[in-house]
Design a protein around this ligand. Structure first.
Ligand SMILES: *Cc1c(COP(=O)(O)O)cnc(C)c1O
Length: 386
């Protein structure tokens, strides 16, 4: 493979055990063939439309806009089947699994959202599905564990290490090495070794395409496009529709409680260059160089790494990365609920909180915000704040 193609500037690459390189090569080859294959693309588009519920609307949030003095448009990924953008990617990679002639998929999940989206697609396509989840996470996210089981997936609770996401990831990698012949590993964000960041960005690019079409039809462009950033998939999804313009792009990270190690998930704002989950990007580590514990009020942003494309766009200055704290996200959550009748996911609430916090900057501007998911899943956390 052409080494240069595996990198975004200096970021990305394949920092994995030798035994996985053939599997990554096979995957890249299959992906490049699949996206040139009419049947594959037709099937993908048809499932996005008839199963997931695309295209999603772009909604002008009138009462919110009036109160905060801007023109706010929401890209409604929260209306998709299973309640977030993650299904775009799992449908794509699920189809890719069948395209490669494989019958078994594995995934790891922290909050359980990616696990549910994967189990959903496994049921849809008749694939065997194993989800790895840290035992502690499985306990914290009990309703999602139940959903995965209802959908027919086997949930393996990992009891190694801290019993959370990174241990589940190690276990999933071990499984993949052993069963690579009949198994595809569905990574849930624009992270992981090449070609995963490219594949996930591609399957999520439909968000940005639909949004750009909407603005093109109305012969305007937004002044700003804003999205929350965990691993970076929903943000890459929408930003890709505007990379060829001068529209200002802002990714909002989880500022958690403070700038102290362990109290936030601001990988791009406070991280250093390093290798995590098979690729070189920014990551959060402690003073000894160990991967740092992270915190966010939203489980989906609780990740110490970030996709390599974002690291590249941060350095180049094309995209600005900022943050808001847990409390700002909570304010965003309640304001959108009460002004628009839309209960957003706590992840997406970070982007809303950012608009409120920076209302001077956005005065009279047209702002497009990616509403990556709905908030039903967050009731347990919100219960204590009502
Ligand atoms: C998982 C998730 C995110 C964070 O993941 P990205 O890959 O950064 O998009 C954001 N919003 C929602 C609703 C999610 O479920």
């Amino acid at each position: 493979m052409d080494i240069k193609k595996m990198f975004y500037g200096e970021y990305g690459g394949q920092f994995v055990p030798e035994t996985l390189i053939p599997a990554l090569d096979e995957l890249d080859h299959a992906f490049e063939n699949a996206i040139k294959n009419e049947n594959f693309i037709e099937k993908f588009n048809s499932l996005l439309r008839n199963y997931a519920g695309r295209p999603t609307p772009i909604y002008f949030a009138e009462r919110f806009s009036r109160k905060y003095g801007l023109k706010l448009y929401l890209k409604r990924e929260d209306l998709l089947h299973t309640g977030a953008h993650k299904i775009n990617n799992t449908i794509g990679q699920g189809l890719l699994t069948s395209f490669m002639g494989k019958k078994r998929i594995i995934a790891e999940t922290g909050a359980g959202q990616h696990g549910v989206a994967t189990a959903t697609v496994a049921a849809l396509l008749g694939l065997e599905c194993i989800i790895y989840m840290g035992k502690l996470d499985a306990k914290r996210q009990e309703p999602n564990v139940k959903r995965m089981k209802i959908l027919g997936a086997e949930v393996v609770e990992v009891e190694n290490g801290s019993m959370t996401l990174k241990d589940a990831m190690n276990e999933a990698l071990r499984d993949w090495v052993k069963n690579v012949k009949n198994t595809h590993y569905i990574i849930g964000s624009t992270a992981g070794p090449y070609p995963f960041p490219k594949i996930v960005a591609y399957f999520q690019s439909v968000i940005g395409k639909e949004a750009r079409d909407f603005f093109d039809k109305n012969c305007i462009l937004p002044d700003y496009v804003i999205a929350c950033v965990g691993g970076g998939s929903n943000a890459m999804g929408i930003f890709q529709g505007f990379l060829d313009t001068n529209v200002r792009l802002i990714g909002v990270e989880a500022g958690g409680k403070s700038n102290k190690i362990g109290e936030h998930a601001m990988t791009l704002n406070l991280g250093k260059k390093g290798i995590l989950h098979g690729s070189l990007s920014y990551l959060l580590c402690d003073d000894d160089g160990q991967v740092a514990p992270v915190h966010s009020i939203s489980a989906g942003l609780d990740y110490p790494g970030v996709g390599p494309q974002h690291a590249y766009f941060k350095d180049s200055g094309k995209i600005k990365y900022d943050f808001v704290r847990d409390n700002d996200a909570l304010q965003g959550f309640f304001e959108l609920s009460r002004l628009e009748g839309i209960i957003p996911a706590l992840e997406s609430s970070h982007a809303i909180g950012y608009v409120i916090k920076n209302q001077e900057l956005f005065k009279d501007k047209v702002v497009l915000l990616n509403l990556s998911g709905r908030g039903d899943k967050d009731m347990k956390i919100i219960e204590k704040k009502i």
